[in-house]
Design a protein around this ligand. Structure first.
Ligand code: BG6
Length: 501
C-alpha cells in the first residue's frame, strides 16, 4: 500500500457537472491544482466544466482563478502560495460546456469532445444537486457515453448524499446499475480521502501488536465523535431537510466504524477491502423502534457563545424553518453482532456548534483488575484509551497509568503519542487529491460499493423510522457539547464520553 513514486494518471477528459457550484471551486479545483503541482496529471488531461449558465472557457477559468487567489489567503487546505505559473498551466487544460443536464444536445456535445481525443477515456463527475444524479446517469447511458467497447474507460463519480434513506439509496443504485456496471461507479465519501482515515487500516493491519487486543476480550467500548464548531453556514435549506444523522452517520461515521471494526481483508484490493466493510456494517444490529428511541439522542443548538462571541440558534439561521425540529446533534449506541465485537457498544456522536472541532475515535480498554492495589490508598485505575484523532491534530495517543516518581505510590495518567506533524511533512491538501487520482487510475478501494451504502442506510433506518413516530429533540446552547441527554446515553451504562480536544 506504500505508494512511493507514483506515475502520472492516464489521459482523460474529466467532465465536471455542476461546474459553477461550490464543490468544484472549494475542493475539486484546489485538489486538481495540487495534483498538477505534484506532476500526477497527464499532459492530455482536460477538465471540462458542464453547467447550464452560458460561459466561455476563459470566463470559467477566470472565476476559478479568482477563487483560488481568495482561498490562498486562508482557509482549510489553503496552498498559501498559489503559484501563478502552475495555475496558468492548469488553466490551459480548462474548458467549458454550456448545457442543460436534461437536454440530449448537451450529451451529444460531450460525445463530440471525447471523439476528438485519441484515448477516448472520460470521467463524468456529478458535483450537482442529488436530484440530477439519476437524470444525468440515464442520459449518459442513452447517449452511449458509458460504453467502453471502443477501449477508452468511462467512469462516473457520484457525490454525497447518496439517497436520503434505504429505499431511495436502493432506487438510486438500481438506476445507476441499469446504465453502467459497478466497476464504473465511484461513490465518494470524502472521509476516505483523509490520510488519518486511511492510516487506521495501515496501523491496524501492519502492526501485529494491535490484533492481539483488538476484540471484545480487551476492549470495553468504542466512541466515535465528529464535533464541529461551525453551524449550518450557507446550507440551511439543505441541512433543514437532512439533519445530523443523514448528513454524517451512514457515510462518514460508519466509514470510521468500519475501519476500526472490519476484519483484515485478504488483500489491499478494492473488492477485498469493500467486502469486509460491507460485512461489518451489515452486522450492526437493527434496533426495534423502542430500542432505537432508547439508544439515540437528538439535539438542536440554541443561541449560545463561542468564547465571548455570541452565536445564533439553529432556528435563526437563514433558510431554516422557525419551528424546525431538525437535529444538529445526534448520539447513538450501536452493537455489532459478530464474534469479535459481541457485547462491545459503539457510541457515535456528531454535532454542529460544539465546543471544539475534533474528529476522533476513542477505544476504551477494560480496566485492570483491582486486586493488586486492594491494600493501598490508590484509586481504582482508570481505563486506558487509545485515541485516534482524525482532525485537527492528526495522530494517535495511548493513555496509560504510570507511577509518579517519589516515595509515595501515586498513579498518574501519561500519554504515549504520535502526531503526524512531528514525523511527516504534511502539505496542505483537500482530501480529494487521492480520490481523484484513484478514480483516474481505476482504483476503487476508497470508494463505496453499492452494498456498503445500502448496509449503512439499513443500519440507520430504524432510527429514522422511530423518530418519525416520536421522541424529543433536546436543546443545547451553541458552543457546548450537545444536550445533557447525550451524556446520559453513556452514564446509564456507567461510562462517559472521552474528553474532546
Ligand atoms: C459533509 C457534511 O459531508 O462533511 C457537512 O455535509 C460537514 O455538514 C462535513 O460539515 C464535515 O467534513 P470535515 O471534513 O470538515 O470533517
Amino acid at each position: 500500500m506504500t505508494k512511493q513514486t507514483i506515475p502520472a494518471a492516464p489521459p482523460c477528459t474529466l467532465f465536471l457537472f455542476g461546474a459553477n457550484g461550490d464543490l468544484v471551486k472549494r475542493l475539486l479545483m484546489p485538489a486538481l491544482y495540487n495534483l498538477s503541482r505534484d506532476g500526477l496529471l497527464d499532459r492530455n488531461l482536460r477538465i471540462v466544466g458542464v453547467d447550464h449558465n452560458p460561459a466561455t472557457a476563459d470566463e470559467f477559468a477566470g472565476r476559478l482563478h479568482a477563487f483560488m487567489q481568495e482561498r490562498d489567503k486562508g482557509g482549510e487546505g489553503a496552498a498559501k502560495c498559489l503559484d501563478e505559473k502552475l495555475w496558468a498551466r492548469l488553466a490551459k487544460r480548462l474548458d467549458y460546456q454550456t448545457g442543460d443536464f436534461l437536454d440530449p444536445a448537451t450529451y451529444a456535445a460531450l460525445a463530440r469532445r471525447i471523439e476528438k481525443t485519441s484515448h477516448g477515456n472520460a470521467i463524468f463527475y456529478l458535483a450537482t444537486s442529488p436530484r440530477f444524479f439519476p437524470e444525468v446517469a440515464q442520459r449518459l447511458g442513452e447517449a452511449g457515453l458509458l460504453d467502453e467497447s471502443a477501449g477508452g474507460f468511462r467512469r462516473v463519480v457520484v457525490e454525497k448524499p447518496f439517497g436520503t434513506d434505504l429505499a431511495s439509496a436502493e432506487a438510486l443504485n438500481a438506476c445507476l446499475l441499469k446504465v453502467m456496471s459497478e466497476r464504473q461507479i465511484y461513490r465518494i465519501d470524502h472521509y476516505l480521502g483523509k490520510e488519518t482515515v486511511q492510516n487506521i487500516l495501515v496501523s491496524r493491519f501492519s502492526n501485529g501488536l494491535f490484533e492481539s487486543f483488538w476484540n471484545n476480550h480487551y476492549i470495553d467500548h468504542v466512541q466515535i465523535t465528529a464535533a464541529e464548531t461551525v453551524g449550518v453556514e450557507t446550507r440551511g435549506a439543505f441541512y433543514d431537510t437532512t439533519g445530523a444523522l443523514r448528513d454524517m452517520v451512514p457515510n462518514h461515521l460508519f466509514q470510521l466504524l468500519a475501519m476500526v471494526a472490519m476484519e483484515p481483508p485478504a488483500a489491499f484490493a478494492a473488492d477485498a477491502v469493500r467486502g469486509e466493510k460491507a460485512k461489518v456494517i451489515g452486522a450492526i444490529r437493527p434496533w426495534s423502534a423502542k430500542m432505537a428511541l432508547k439508544n439515540s439522542v437528538r439535539g438542536q443548538y440554541m443561541a449560545g457563545k463561542q468564547g465571548r462571541k455570541p452565536l445564533p440558534g439553529y432556528r435563526q439561521e437563514s433558510n431554516v424553518a422557525a419551528d424546525s425540529q431538525t437535529e444538529t446533534y445526534v448520539a447513538l449506541k450501536v452493537m455489532i453482532d459478530n464474534w469479535r465485537w459481541a457485547g462491545v457498544p459503539f457510541y457515535l456522536r456528531t454535532g454542529k456548534r460544539m465546543s471544539v472541532r475534533d474528529t476522533e475515535i476513542a477505544i476504551c480498554f477494560k480496566p485492570a483488575p483491582y486486586a493488586q492495589f486492594r491494600e493501598s490508598e490508590l484509586e481504582r485505575p482508570k481505563p486506558n484509551y487509545l485515541k485516534i484523532q482524525i482532525q485537527p491534530n492528526e495522530g494517535m495517543w495511548f493513555d496509560l497509568q504510570a507511577k509518579r516518581p517519589g516515595p509515595e505510590l501515586v498513579m498518574e495518567n501519561i500519554e504515549l503519542g504520535f502526531a503526524y506533524k512531528d514525523f511527516f511533512k504534511m502539505t496542505p491538501a483537500t482530501g480529494y487529491e487521492t480520490l481523484i487520482y484513484d478514480c483516474l487510475t481505476g482504483d476503487q478501494t476508497l470508494f463505496q460499493r453499492a452494498d456498503n451504502i445500502e448496509n449503512g442506510w439499513r443500519a440507520v433506518q430504524p432510527f429514522l423510522d422511530a423518530w418519525a413516530q416520536g421522541g424529543e429533540v433536546h436543546e443545547y446552547p451553541a458552543g457546548q457539547d450537545g444536550p445533557e441527554e447525550g451524556n446520559e446515553l453513556l452514564t446509564r451504562d456507567k461510562r462517559e464520553w472521552h474528553k474532546l480536544g
